[in-house]
Design a protein around this ligand. Structure first.
Ligand code: FES
Length: 264
């Protein structure tokens, strides 16, 4: 949890004023690409998960392929037709990603220019900003709890991936099955590479070799650390894969695509 309550800049910090910097590289390329990709995917997922089904009745499941945005499917009879079943589960992955340390860095940069890049000046309007010690950004500290919850839909996504091999129409291995497994592996990589999980495994240990339990924790911490080194990559590829799998299921449901499959 962030505890600093002052916004006084330490010596050697970036020059004052938005975009003012001594850097000579094209530092704005990465935040620019991230902003475009994030906005595109987030907008698509919002419409697909929450808006389309109530508005147009678009199917999110076809021949054993359930869109990952709706898994686990919770569609009780009392749910009004203007509320998407996706809404009942999407708040978990949404909260998990929105509070992720990596995404925070990315969207603080491209949305709030706070700062826009390392050693790049930020707007002076941010001087009264209390960082993550005040509402609403103090809510970022719920990340660990979203991590616990995130394993629930992840567990069901693994069940969906295996279940899609044996739909009611008979066993098959189709392109959709491959995409489902790739997607769930990438989503697992994202969750397992989480900073909070790594801390949970071994972050509070003072001695890694003082007991058998500490050694086991150390070994786990090492494995999670190797995943954590690539957390940014896991974040992006899993974000892209979950969107593409949803697009694939939607196109199958609309009859625009046919799933190439070997039927057994
Ligand atoms: S830090 Fe990114 S998911 Fe936890």
């Amino acid at each position: 949890m962030t505890t600093a309550r002052t916004t006084v800049k330490p010596p050697g910090s970036a020059p004052a004023g938005l975009g003012v910097t001594r850097r000579r590289d094209r530092w704005w390329i990465a935040p620019g690409i991230q902003a475009a990709l994030f906005t595109t995917l987030a907008t698509y997922l919002f419409f697909s998960g929450i808006v389309w089904t109530p508005l147009f009745g678009t199917a999110y499941e076809v021949d054993g392929y359930l869109s990952p945005l709706f898994s686990p499917l919770i569609a009780p009879g009392w749910l009004p037709s203007f509320i998407s079943p996706g809404l009942l589960i999407l708040w978990i992955p949404l909260g998990f990603r929105a509070t992720c340390y990596y995404y925070r860095k990315a969207y603080y940069r491209f949305s709030f220019a706070d700062p826009p890049g390392c050693a790049v000046g930020e707007p002076t309007i941010h001087r009264g900003y209390k960082m993550e010690t005040a509402f609403p950004f103090i809510l970022q500290n719920f990340h660990r709890y979203f991590l616990y919850l995130a394993f629930i839909p992840l567990f069901f996504l693994w069940i969906d991936a295996f279940g899609a091999l044996v739909p009611a129409s008979g066993p098959r291995i189709g392109l959709g099955n491959v995409l489902f497994f790739v997607n769930v592996v990438l989503l697992s990589g994202f969750s397992l590479s989480c900073n909070s999980l790594r801390h949970l495994a071994g972050g509070r240990l003072d001695c890694f070799s003082c007991s058998r339990r500490a050694k086991v924790q150390y070994s786990l911490w090492q494995r999670l650390t190797s995943l954590n080194r690539h957390h940014m990559a896991w974040a992006w590829v899993s974000f892209i894969s979950v969107s593409l799998v949803d697009v694939y299921v939607r196109l199958l449901a609309l009859g625009i695509l046919v799933d190439p499959a070997i039927r057994l």
